[in-house]
Design a protein around this ligand. Sequence first.
Ligand code: HEC
Ligand code: HEC
Length: 397
Amino acid sequence: MTLFIASELVSKPEHKWSQTEEAMLATLALSDEYQQVPEKSPLITFGQALFFDKGLSINGQVACASCHQPALFFTDGEPLATNGLLPTPRHTPSVALLNDADFLFWDGRKDSLWAQALEPLESLLEHGASRTFYLHYIKRNYPETYQAVFADEVSLAIADELPAQASPVAYQDWQTNWQQMTDRQQQAVNQVFSNLGKALAAYQNSIKLKPSKFDLYVHSLKGDSDTKILDEHEINGLKLFISEKTQCTHCHNGAALTNHTFQATAVPKSNNDLGRINAINQLDNDIFNCYGQFSNKDNCFHLDYLKREGIDLIKAFKVPTLRNIAKTTPYMHKGQFAQLNQVLDYYNKANRPIQEHSEIVPLGLYPYQLKQLEAFLLTLSSDYANDDSWFTPLDLP
Ligand code: HEC
Ligand code: HEC
């Protein structure tokens, strides 16, 4: 009898949440969308092959996975990304959990995951090759897979007519080559190029997670399972996280712990990076945007209602996910903070340069509360729901 009471005491929740709090917690827990690994379609398989293929670069050394490393939750551990030559201007964010993001990159200058993938392929600081290079490469290395996935009879067939390198961006002679191509040729090259983006997007969208300690805790609140999943320290941190005092969930909400918007937080050392405000023109002029002929979306609400001006766009950067935050050091768009406690110290003081817009207010928390907050953030770690076979290079015909 005594034993029975004792075990009942042990499994009692240490913390009573109000109904509103519990409802909030439920919205932060992983939903099916982020947990259920889809069937591995030919499109996804092709995307995986491309993601890990170093041949998809000018020097044969750079794959998407060079910077977006699965072991680091698809980041690279560096403050600023590099392909081994010069650093890029920004820090590598994760590519997971972006299914609901309307805009990609720290400034959101691309409006779909597939269109995003095209930029690193042509960036001299990343993969560094050109659109025609990729067409030739696909024709040499994946002709059957490309054909089977996209049923595109015509595009690869014109390879022999095309220069080795031609692109509307990058080097001057590549641009000249591009301008000398016919509309039909440019169209075919853009078709293949956009299809590569679609395969890469399908792969990235299929990366799913197992529940973290935090998710298990939220599930346990409903049932009678083990409620000792989080300790008191972590629970107090969670309480702070969802509190009005910290306002963390104003921006870091939903199962991905981001609302996918762009916010100015006046993080130091962002130099002359103006963030969101500079992305608007690029979005409008992108032939691969939602309005363009390569998009197969029925509606483009996110572009129809795009916010184009306002002081709040200046130095605004995308709200990143906080999932697996333990694996994604350093933090912020330039990797300004090496440690999680430095991020929290920043929020706590939130020194704002004079005349710079910022959406955050100093928290004024005690050191022990910052430790609690950090302890909570560390409960957001979890493994992939995908098995290891999803994270290796593939040899396809
Ligand atoms: C040299 C390192 C590097 C390589 C190679 C690279 N990336 Fe990135 N990636 C970055 C950096 C840095 C950013 C952020 C740049 C910015 O916001 O201006 C980024 C951003 C992204 C984003 C946006 C994430 C978000 O939260 O909006 C996605 C998706 C992505 N990369 C996918 C890819 C794919 C697919 C490839 C391969 C075709 C690739 N990357 C190759 C460094 C790299
Ligand atoms: C007004 C919106 C907003 C609020 C409120 C907010 N954040 Fe953020 N958070 C952001 C943005 C935007 C970034 C990226 C800033 C950058 O890179 O310049 C960020 C970055 C972070 C990062 C670094 C993530 C990474 O991968 O680089 C952590 C950790 C973080 N926030 C935690 C918190 C916590 C904890 C709170 C509450 C104390 C909080 N945030 C409140 C918008 C917000």
